[in-house]
Every structure is written in structure tokens, then in C-alpha cells.
Ligand binder design. Structure first.
Ligand code: SF4
Ligand code: FES
Length: 272
């Protein structure tokens, strides 16, 4: 019999909660409805504490130390406070910084407003010609997901200091971009723009990189980058007949439903 995860008791804001040993304190808090603001936490990637917004007080022997909840692992007896006056002040200053870094981000404006922060004392980033429309906080999630999950490494950090931006090398179209759009899905500030124009996906934020899309043979809708489909088709999947692999999700669902109906009365249309 396999043993389940070891459970521990942790304390958040003086209340006790059960947690899996080693899970992040941010996820324990979220699961229990305790609000800790966060921007750079993405379940599919290792936490790396870039945005600093999830800072909480770690309480040990009556002393408090500020630490990021997304990188803090649950262990027996661990105690944190999520909203002390010092933490609130720290987050408020961070929000001012983010309002200057990403002055066009409605996500940041909304989060900051909850802390009473509507203005910034810091110099605002000049946003004309910014391919990310003044919404990027440089959290790096898009870069990491492209590199670590998709294996594309199509984008990266360019320049240094206040001039740092995320984009394709030399701001050129990059054939390494698959056009999967995972970067846009994980971007916490919705900074990344992608537009499908007929048979082409245009990665507007990534130097206008253009990617050919596959047409669904049933409904004629362009729905997935050709290169991605080829990768998907190369994955052995004996449960689905090959013709279904080229269909868009809606037509595929219809075909599968028809197949299930037919197989009930006339025998299976699935291979194997
Ligand atoms: S574009 Fe979005 S995900 Fe990428 S670094 Fe900027 S804020 Fe983060
Ligand atoms: S979510 Fe923890 S530092 Fe960003």
C-alpha cells in the first residue's frame, strides 16, 4: 500500500490549518480562502518569488521575518501572518512601483486600489512603442513557460535596468515561436497580444511573429498552429483515429459523439 502525503498543521493569522508537508504556504492560504496578493505564481512552474507581492510575516520564537509565501514550504508548526501593518505597507509600496512599471495595466490598478493605492510617487514608464502596451511587470512567467514547458525559448529579457523588456531576440520575428499562446495564458497582467488573421496567427507582442494555422477539414475554421498540430500528431494516441486529429475541438467533439453513438449500435470505429 502506498503512503499518502505527510500532513502537518500550520498557523495562518492565528488559525490552524492542515497542509501537505512541502506544499507552498501560498497554496495553503488560497485553498482556505485567505487572500494573499500574488502575480508570479503559476502552478505548472517552480515558484521563484519574482513579484514579491505574496510577502508575509514568518513567525518564529516570537520574532517576525518577511518571506514570500509562494516559496515557503509547509512544515509542522510553521506560522505566518498575512496582513500585519508592515506587510500592508510593503505591498502598498510595491503596488506604487508596479503602477509606474505597468501604468496601463487594469489588473495592477485594480489590485492596487484594494490597498488604497491609486497614484505612484515613482516615475511612470513611457509606453509609446512598447509592444506590451505598458502592462508588463517583468515577472518572467511568459519567458519561463516558453522555455521550461513548451521548449521554445522564443522570448527572453532584453536590455538592462529600467530599459529591460521581454521580447524576441533583436525584436525580430522568431521562427522558434510555435504560436501556442501559453505565454498569454499565464501572463498575470494580460499584456500579451495575439490575433488570428485568417490562416495566420500574429504574435503582435512578439515582434509580429507570424504563424500558419491549420484549417479544420470539417468546418473550415483555422484553429491551431500547423507546427503544433504536427507535434500533437506525432504523439502516439491509439484511442483516436488519425482523421480526428486534424479537426478543430468543436468538430472533433461532434465526431467523437457520433462515433460513440454508432459504436453502441454498429461496433467500434476506434482502432485497437
Ligand atoms: S509579458 Fe506578462 S508574463 Fe511576460 S514578463 Fe511581462 S507581465 Fe510577466
Ligand atoms: S507570487 Fe510569490 S513572489 Fe510572486
Amino acid at each position: 500500500m502506498t503512503e499518502g502525503p505527510k500532513m502537518v498543521t500550520v498557523t495562518i493569522n492565528k488559525s490552524q490549518y492542515r497542509a501537505e508537508e512541502g506544499e507552498t504556504m501560498l497554496s495553503v492560504a488560497m485553498r482556505n480562502g485567505i487572500d494573499i496578493p500574488h502575480l508570479c505564481y503559476e502552478e505548472s512552474l517552480d515558484p521563484y518569488g519574482a513579484c514579491r507581492l505574496c510577502m508575509v510575516d514568518h513567525v518564529t520564537c516570537g520574532k517576525r521575518t518577511m518571506m514570500t509565501a509562494c516559496t515557503m514550504r509547509a512544515k509542522e508548526g510553521l506560522e505566518i501572518m498575512t496582513d500585519t501593518p508592515e506587510i500592508v505597507k510593503y505591498r502598498s509600496t510595491l503596488f506604487e512601483l508596479y503602477l509606474s512599471q505597468a501604468p496601463k495595466s487594469d489588473v495592477i490598478k485594480k489590485m492596487a486600489a484594494r490597498y488604497g493605492v491609486t497614484k505612484t510617487r515613482f516615475l511612470k514608464k513611457i509606453v509609446h512603442d512598447d509592444p506590451l502596451g505598458g502592462k508588463c511587470i517583468l515577472c518572467g512567467l511568459c519567458v519561463r513557460v516558453c522555455d521550461e514547458i513548451m521548449g521554445g525559448s522564443a522570448i527572453g529579457f532584453i536590455n538592462r535596468g529600467p530599459s529591460t523588456v521581454v521580447n524576441t531576440p533583436f525584436f525580430d520575428e522568431n521562427p522558434a515561436c510555435l504560436g501556442c499562446g501559453t505565454c498569454a495564458k499565464v501572463c498575470p497582467t494580460h499584456a500579451i497580444e495575439i490575433e488570428d488573421q485568417g490562416d495566420t496567427r500574429v504574435m503582435k507582442s512578439w515582434s509580429g511573429t507570424r504563424i500558419k494555422l491549420q484549417e479544420c477539414p470539417d468546418c473550415g475554421q483555422y484553429f491551431v498552429p500547423k507546427a503544433m498540430l504536427e507535434e500533437i500528431q506525432s504523439i502516439p494516441d491509439p484511442g483516436i483515429i488519425d482523421e480526428l486529429k486534424t479537426l478543430c475541438p468543436a468538430c472533433r467533439a461532434k465526431e467523437i459523439a457520433k462515433s460513440v453513438f454508432k459504436s453502441t449500435f454498429q461496433g467500434s470505429v476506434y482502432h485497437g
